[in-house]
Design a protein around this ligand. Structure first.
Ligand code: NAD
Ligand code: ZN
Length: 359
């Protein structure tokens, strides 16, 4: 293993209110003959004609609505790929317009257009060997950092794990904060807190370095400014949250997340709890590990009148607790980042069980 990670970043970034309307000219040079551009769009926009009409369709281009009731699965990714190959043979590119769920689906399908087999074969680190087709990400809700990361998180037959590779990163992202204005208050909070929690976990982790710290501190400050200092939510808040998400993603690119993510992966696996809300449910109980971050989080929850579900593990069976603990303790780099090399002596099965029981 090389000592320093040499990671690939997004090739092109456009930022600004209304920058979405430059998409046609951005895509033009990426079109290959008459192979279409495929637009994966969050189903929220299904009946939003005014928005749909701004998508620059040309020739055989197609809009595919993506159901985000559940987080992306390898089976869903494979099916989207099979359908596109059956209909078009090859495509010029895949454009993901939505939250983390749609952006991750777009990344995964773009890779699977050129890589053989099932996306489940590529869940892990650096298993993807061939570049996919051109791909662009356009967030319509901010916080996950999926727009900048080198992974796309998928639930597969045996695990929930991303296709982590240099080929996974988007070729282009379009950061237009006006697209996020319609996100409902609770959902906005859950996804934004994914960013806040990324920062707290990265800044308090043993993997911290100046690269991660520079981005993490900025992103955390932006979150506090918009969720604690601002009297009302406005356009400026949407702009800052979009940049917080970007910087938060950059921060973990060169460090790692921690306890909240490790514990929330167990919840997701056993209960299907979604990433943003799952992280909030866990982080709410992590005062022992992140006292300062949790105190601020609780103030934000209170100020915005958001519901953080309680008692979600009340009726779980012994077997379900065991599975959750196994999934969580399997996230070794997260625990090592959070608690150091001796993490196994600190986070014992008994201790983790007690934590799960409090959620
Ligand atoms: P999401 O994509 O699941 O969307 C959440 C909800 O917001 C959905 O109901 C969606 O329809 C709605 N929505 C989106 N845009 C909207 C808009 N403009 N107006 C109104 N409603 C809108 O949520 P998310 O939190 O962005 O993403 C979560 C997913 O991201 C998970 O699958 C998680 O695993 C993944 N994730 C990936 C990474 C990565 O690095 N690749 C990092 C963190 C999380
Ligand atoms: Zn996260």
């Amino acid at each position: 293993m090389a000592q320093f990670r040499n990671f690939r970043m997004v090739n092109y970034v456009i930022y600004g209110k209304g920058s979405f309307d430059q998409l046609d000219e951005i895509l033009a040079p990426q079109r290959k003959g008459d192979a279409p551009m495929i637009f994966f769009v969050d189903e929220y926009f299904q009946d939003k004609q005014a928005f749909l009409s701004r998508i620059p369709l040309r020739g055989k281009d197609k809009i595919v609505m993506i159901d985000v009731t559940y987080e992306p699965k390898t089976s869903g990714v494979d099916k989207l790929r099979d359908d596109l190959q059956a209909e078009f043979g090859q495509v010029s590119g895949i454009i993901g317009i939505g939250g983390g769920s749609v952006m991750d689906t777009a990344k995964a399908v773009a890779l699977m257009m050129t890589n053989p087999g099932s996306s489940a074969d590529y869940q892990g680190w650096d298993l993807v060997k061939v570049p996919g087709v051109y791909k662009a990400g356009i967030p319509t809700i901010a916080g996950t950092g999926a727009e900048v990361s080198r992974t796309c998180v998928l639930t597969g037959p045996t695990r929930k794990l991303g296709m982590n590779s240099d080929f996974t990163t988007f070729d282009q992202i379009v950061l237009d904060p006006t697209l996020t204005a319609s996100v409902p208050v609770n959902q906005r909070f859950y996804t934004a807190m994914d960013c806040f929690i990324h920062c707290v976990e990265s800044l308090n982790g043993t993997y911290l370095n100046a690269f991660s710290q520079s981005y993490g501190e900025k992103a955390q400050t932006l979150c506090e400014e918009i969720f604690l200092d601002k009297a009302v939510w406005d356009e400026d808040a949407d702009e800052k949250l979009m940049m917080a998400s970007y910087a938060g993603g950059m921060s973990i690119a060169y460090s790692q997340v921690g306890v909240a993510h490790a514990v929330s992966y167990g919840l997701a696996y056993v209960l299907g709890t979604k990433h943003g809300i799952g992280n909030c449910i866990v982080f709410d109980k992590l005062e022992e590990y992140y006292p300062d971050g949790v105190e601020k989080f609780k103030r934000m929850v209170q100020k915005h009148g958001v519901d953080i579900p309680q008692g979600i593990t009340k009726n779980l069976t012994e077997e379900q607790f065991e599975t959750m603990i196994n999934v969580s303790l399997g996230m070794k780099p997260l625990w090592e980042n959070a608690l150091g090399k001796d993490w196994e002596t600190i986070m014992t099965r008994e201790k983790l069980r007690k934590l799960y029981e409090r959620l």
